[in-house]
Design a protein around this ligand. Structure first.
Ligand SMILES: Nc1ncnc2c1ncn2[C@@H]1O[C@H](COP(=O)(O)OP(=O)(O)OP(=O)(O)O)[C@@H](O)[C@H]1O
Length: 290
């Protein structure tokens, strides 16, 4: 880096720090959000890995997200439910940088302002997303899919010369064990069952060691047996990773959930244990009264 660029960077940092100091209220809920962080580290000082505050998004005047505030603790497994059109997918689009909100705050840890980053950067920061439909490479083996996930994460240039080292091989074996696919390591992904493909895709995300995993209807289309194993898998991941699971299957949610957040009309309608939210009159009304 040239001295000029150094100087410019130092000036930007000083301006940013001055602005942050003037904005932060001591002891406030938002205290410290926006602080400059060490590159590569995730500041969890405030005990929150994800923090959304008063987020708004409109599509052609329609308020899809309307004052959404929500936060998640490190290692937590949070379930998100809500009727069709509640804003669940749009919320995930905002967290992963696919949709930029009109206003509001979205922080990863205390210091990383996600609204300043694009989709690939957010993935590199440690937020992995699994869409409803499995998207594995059908012609490749289970092993090759997992290996490819690691290569892709390293970037195009690095991936051309990529060769698994010992630690990465150990990681791959560990992930294979976690996703219950040890016996299918050489199977072609296209020949796996629907549930196994879903697990493989989760395994591909795990190869990148995400800090936060967003999972959209992970058990849709699974057999009862596959759903049970997925519940076991998520309970294994909880603690090591933070998980946000959007699901409609209430018995699955009952097995895995601590706290359930109910979204409706783009904001949080209720939050608590599954039993608490199911007993909430407002929740009953949005599910049954429409
Ligand atoms: N790109 C877009 N343009 C216009 N409207 C949109 C767009 N994306 C989402 N919406 C609208 O925003 C609202 C929220 O949609 P979203 O997909 O986030 O809901 P959801 O809770 O994920 O629903 P579902 O459970 O059916 O997947 C819906 O009314 C949807 O039609």
């Amino acid at each position: 880096m040239t001295p000029d660029l150094f100087e410019e960077g130092a000036k930007r940092l000083a301006t940013h720090q001055a602005r942050v100091v003037s904005e932060v209220t001591s002891g406030d809920r938002s205290a410290g959000f926006g602080r400059v962080h060490e590159p590569g580290s995730l500041d969890l000082t405030h005990g929150r890995i994800l923090y959304l505050e008063d987020v708004h998004v409109s599509f052609d005047g329609f308020k899809a997200i309307n004052g959404l505030s929500l936060d998640i603790a490190p290692g937590e497994l949070r379930c998100i439910i809500g009727p069709n059109g509640a804003g669940k997918t749009t919320m995930m689009d905002i967290i992963t940088g696919k949709t930029k909100p009109d206003s509001g705050q979205v922080f990863f840890g205390s210091t990383i302002d996600l609204l300043r980053h694009n989709e690939p950067e957010i993935a590199q920061l440690g937020i992995g997303r699994k869409f409803q439909k499995p998207t594995v490479f059908e012609r490749l083996s289970v092993f090759e899919n997992l290996e490819l996930a690691l290569k892709t994460h390293k970037g195009v240039a690095a991936s051309m010369f990529f060769k698994l080292n010992g630690t990465q091989r150990d990681r791959l074996s560990e992930v294979l064990h976690t996703i219950h696919l040890e016996d299918s390591v050489n199977a072609q992904a296209g020949n796996l069952s629907h549930g196994q493909k879903q697990w493989l895709e989760i395994g591909m995300l795990l190869m990148q060691d995400p800090k936060l995993l967003l999972l959209d209807e992970p058990v849709a289309g699974m057999t009862d047996f596959e759903t049970e194993r997925t519940a076991e898998l998520f309970l294994t991941l909880k603690g090591k990773h933070s998980l946000m699971v959007v699901e409609h299957d209430m018995s699955f949610i009952n097995t895995i959930s601590d706290i359930v957040t109910v979204l409706c009309d783009g904001s949080v309608l209720a939050q608590g244990t599954l039993a608490q939210v199911q007993a909430d009159e407002r929740v009953i009304e949005v599910y049954l009264g429409r």
